[in-house]
Design a protein around this ligand. Structure first.
Ligand code: SF4
Ligand code: SF4
Length: 400
């Protein structure tokens, strides 16, 4: 765990995908998904009883409900058994008083007097400016001096260059990055992992299964794992890839069912740094190549095409399309929901002060981005398809 003298569990409980159930509002006759509280508490406590001692939540998870349920789950003897982590919603910081307001509220929701780690949530280029503008690190230090938080860190979503800038900015205790075997160079990637770990920063990994994609079962991937020299599930291969690396402190998994907790615990119990041999790495490499065939648009997220003069967030829009094609029409509602959260007009983008991402419909087909793309992707053509499929409800099969 970097420079922290902690014995943490290899597996951390990510509380962003807790089990949910539907409740009906009789007045409006509409239904809403809420956390299945009893089941979630049972799962979290089971995980802790079996040795998980790192619990990760955040202000926005489950529309604010996750922190409340985690607080309930840790009541009494469970709180002292774990390292509790939550995150400051940096994008909601608009004034000097907001830091204390959120921290106090989060402590109350979590029914605790202190956090083991407080992370600045989702830093990237723009939110890093917010951190500097409101001097949030100094505020973190003051909260630490008051005993409200024990350690300081950030979670991250941007390029390697920005990651290094943020790492060099402060003597962080913890950094949380997205990392998995499918695309080890995505965002901070393996280079960022090593860079930060070399400085003694504890590295927490999120999205180990790439949002569940690396457990999608196709006959070709099933063939690979069936023929492997050792019996492992798809999820297990993805986890072992991470736990094999000495720089990785904790791997978070957002578990939504008890069987997932059980399976992941078993994987963690069978893990060790440096345990993967050449033949294991060959299986992982075959899985990576096979999954790559299901990526329709070969965007590597390098961001060379950015910025778009018309504020389109090109790689993110392409990623939505790739992910939607991968998961298929049955996930339409989810992806349309994600896509509609992207901003559609210049006015909205202006109001978001650079924090919002532009939707594919903003593309005016100026063509400026095309020659910057090393993958030779016909970006305006692809963006038209993104908007037709996710913005105008056309079927994937009309295009691919
Ligand atoms: S073609 Fe579209 S995405 Fe590319 S730079 Fe022009 S407006 Fe932006
Ligand atoms: S330049 Fe091409 S590969 Fe890189 S992010 Fe843009 S579209 Fe993707």
């Amino acid at each position: 765990m970097g420079n922290l003298n902690w014995e943490v569990s290899a597996l951390g409980f990510g509380c962003m995908r807790l089990p949910t159930k539907s409740i009906i509002n009789k007045e409006t006759n509409s239904s809403k998904q809420v956390i299945d509280k009893e089941y979630a508490i049972e799962m979290i406590r089971y995980g802790i009883d079996q040795g998980i001692n790192y619990i990760d939540t955040a202000w926005p998870y489950h529309d604010g409900e996750s922190e409340l349920v985690v607080g309930e789950a840790l009541k009494g003897k469970y709180r002292e058994k774990v390292k509790l982590v939550t995150k400051l919603p940096t994008w909601l910081i608009k004034g000097e008083e907001d830091f204390d307001k959120f921290l106090n509220n989060q402590l109350k929701k979590l029914q605790t007097n202190y956090l083991d780690v407080y992370l600045l949530h989702s830093l990237g280029k723009d939110l890093f400016e917010t951190v500097k503008k409101f001097d949030l690190v100094t505020k973190m230090e003051a909260a630490k001096a008051n005993g409200l938080i024990k350690h300081i860190g950030f979670s991250f979503h941007d390029s390697l260059k920005v990651f290094k800038e943020i790492i060099d900015f402060y003597n962080w205790d913890v950094a949380q990055i997205q990392y998995n075997y499918f695309d080890p160079n995505y965002q901070a990637g393996v280079k960022g992992l090593k860079y930060a770990a070399d400085k003694g920063i504890a590295m927490i990994i999120m999205e180990p299964l790439w949002g569940g994609k690396l457990t999608q079962s196709f006959s070709e991937v099933e063939d690979i794992i069936k023929k492997a020299h050792i019996k492992r599930s798809l999820a297990d291969w993805a986890f072992q890839f991470l736990w094999n690396q000495p720089e990785v402190s904790v791997v978070l998994s957002g578990m939504g069912e008890l069987w997932q907790v059980e399976e992941n615990l078993e994987s963690a119990n069978n893990s060790a740094i440096g345990s993967l041999k050449k033949e294991d790495m060959e299986i992982i490499s075959k899985l990576r190549k096979t999954y790559s065939k299901f990526i329709t648009i070969p965007c590597t997220n390098c961001e060379y095409c950015m910025p778009c003069p018309n504020s389109v967030n090109i790689p993110q829009n392409i990623r939505f399309l790739n992910d939607f094609i991968w998961f298929g029409e049955e996930q339409r509602e989810r992806f349309e929901g994600l896509y509609t959260k992207f901003l559609k007009t210049k006015e909205e983008l202006k109001e978001s002060e650079g924090k919002g991402a532009g939707n594919a419909s903003l593309c005016i087909e100026c063509g400026e981005c095309i020659e910057k793309c090393p993958q030779k992707i016909q970006i305006p053509e692809v963006l038209k398809k993104v908007d037709a499929i996710l913005g105008k409800k056309q079927k994937i099969s009309n295009f691919f």
